[in-house]
Design a protein. Structure first.
Length: 566
């Protein structure tokens, strides 16, 4: 089939569906989308709340827990122990399919009646407060990763140990405050550094050791601001300019930023890839319009995803094949429209098989329109069927979805093939990750038909008059008993024991900002999920890059970057 131009029923802009796209939709047996790629992306993010937590009582055991959903929301919430227990059954809420009503209306009724887990994690040890994580041990407030140990406040950290406050960190130890770093040891306040150790305030360094304030280095050691030093000179400089105080830290960050800006930046950070488009991609092939992802093959419209083949439109997703329009899930095969669905063995086995329009469903197959199902098959709207009954009923439901769409408050139509309506999200727009990519004011969000949270906790904090010492060496154990005030937002936060021990070990000052403010600091270091037209700052060749023209960095095309830096 030839390419076709359509008008997005949400933003009303034109978008193109290519012949290869039609081939994919035919392969997975879904109709082409009626929302443009950006609106589909935004809609998926509307269902993901990573780090807005609330005190709430478990609706089964009554225990007070930290919850992803604020207390005034209408559906029940169970603590982790109760949700995973056999004290309740998701089949209690099962219902016959009603052909006189739209599918999405029936699914939403199920969604708001089945108990939801307070914080979504699996197979974690001593890690009660990690969200959307699996296989963690001794971790706290990690989000969106797996296989971590003795770590806290990380986002999309995978297989890390003793790490704090990182964003997209893979296979690293003793690291903090980094963005997009891999296979590192004792690397701090750095961006796009790989295979390095004892590195601070550095950008785009590879296989480096004992470098600080550097950019674009390869196979170097004992460098400061891109100048070579001897080992003794290097150590003497650090003695004269220590970073163990907050004052010293700010000095290093300011000096380093000027070095970063002057160093050539490659048009897009793409490593070991073939035939890809987007940014922050590695070890991928035939992946387009994809961002901050790794190990993709034959994919399109992906974001924060990895280990995926033959899939489109997935966000915060991993270890899958033949998937479409999925969010915050992993371990899926031939599945569509997944929301918080997980395999119990990520990267090892795909155990979400032939599952569609399901939320918080784990290790199941042949399920449609389900919520909270665990280890089952042949289930529709949480009602179990025989294989023969399921196979006979399912095509009738899909045909009915095409004939009787759900129409939301803005007149947008949802038939089979569309992700969940935005108004079904249990979160306000301002609670989700959508503003990280698509910032909207309250008025704009409401005008678009999205929710907005006005919840204000009645918990009052009595701030101490304690002032954090400038140097980490002067911080006593009594800091663990203090309620600190974020220097930016004024919100309360505390230092946890593992955090204090970590910063003492690496000789860095304690943070002055609350965890959410620190997370936003790292988001500001990310490039946008779009490409701009500009010219290479060296050869003047036209390029498509994630660096907008008004940015301060020096940007080179891939060829010039390879000649200058590599």
């Amino acid at each position: 089939m030839n390419s076709e131009t359509k008008v997005c029923q949400n933003c009303k802009t034109s978008f193109t569906i290519g012949s290869e796209d039609f081939a994919f939709y035919e392969k997975i047996k879904v109709p082409p989308p009626t929302f443009c790629p950006e609106c589909r992306f935004q809609r998926r993010l509307l269902f993901r709340n990573e780090r807005n937590f609330y005190k709430r009582d478990c609706d089964l055991c009554g225990k007070s827990v930290v919850s992803r959903v604020s207390p005034e929301k209408k559906y029940p919430m169970y603590c982790k122990d109760c949700w995973w227990s056999d004290q309740w059954s998701p089949y209690t809420y099962g219902k016959e399919y009603d052909f006189s009503r739209s599918f999405f209306e029936q699914w939403n009724e199920l969604f708001i009646s089945v108990p939801h887990i307070s914080i979504f994690n699996s197979n974690c040890i001593n890690s009660d407060w990690v969200n959307q994580e699996t296989d963690d041990k001794n971790c706290y407030l990690n989000v969106g990763g797996f296989g971590n140990e003795d770590s806290a406040y990380n986002t999309y950290q995978i297989a890390g140990k003793n790490c704090f406050d990182n964003y997209w960190l893979l296979n690293s130890d003793v690291c903090s405050n980094n963005v997009h770093c891999e296979r590192c040891f004792s690397v701090h306040f750095s961006l796009e550094c790989h295979d390095s150790m004892n590195t601070l305030f550095s950008y785009d360094c590879r296989n480096c050791n004992n470098v600080i304030g550097c950019a674009g280095l390869r196979n170097k050691q004992y460098c400061i601001f891109n100048e070579q030093y001897t080992k003794d000179e290097y150590e003497a400089y650090l003695m004269e300019h220590p970073y163990s105080s907050y004052t010293g830290l700010l000095w290093w960050k300011e000096k380093s930023q000027s070095v970063w800006n002057k160093s050539p930046h490659r048009e897009n950070t793409i490593f070991k890839c073939d035939n890809v488009s987007g940014n922050a991609l590695s070890e991928s092939k035939n992946a387009h319009d994809s961002w901050e992802s790794t190990k993709l093959e034959n994919c399109k419209h992906m974001y924060i995803s990895g280990w995926i083949r033959d899939s489109y439109d997935c966000s915060c997703f991993g270890a899958a094949e033949l998937t479409y329009e999925c969010s915050s899930s992993g371990g899926g095969y031939d599945s569509k429209f997944l929301l918080f669905c997980l395999s119990n063995e990520p990267l090892k086995k795909m155990t979400i098989v032939n599952v569609e329009y399901s939320a918080e469903t784990t290790s199941s197959s042949n399920c449609f329109g389900c919520v909270g199902i665990r280890g089952a098959e042949y289930v529709i709207l949480n009602k179990r069927y025989s294989k023969e009954e399921y196979m006979e009923l399912l095509p009738k439901i899909k045909a009915h979805m095409m004939e009787m769409p759900y129409i939301d408050s803005k007149g947008r139509e949802y038939r089979y093939g569309e992700f969940y309506p935005a108004e079904f999200s249990p979160f306000g727009y301002n609670e989700t990750t959508a503003p990280d990519i698509f910032p909207l004011t309250k008025e704009q969000a409401i005008q678009s038909g999205y929710g907005w949270s006005e919840y204000v906790s009645d918990i009052q904090h009595q701030f101490s008059d304690y002032v954090l010492p400038d140097a980490i060496a002067d911080v006593g154990d009594d800091v663990l008993e203090k309620i600190l005030k974020c220097e930016e937002t004024g919100k309360a936060f505390r230092i946890i024991p593992g955090e204090l021990a970590f910063y003492r070990k690496v000789r860095l000052p304690l943070p002055r900002r609350a965890p959410l403010a620190r997370h936003k600091d790292k988001l500001h270091m990310l490039l946008p999920t779009k490409l701009y037209d500009r010219t290479c700052d060296f050869c003047k060749k036209n390029i498509r890059t994630a660096y907008a023209l008004e940015r301060p960095e020096v940007v080179y095309c891939e060829s010039c970057y390879q000649k200058e830096v590599i």
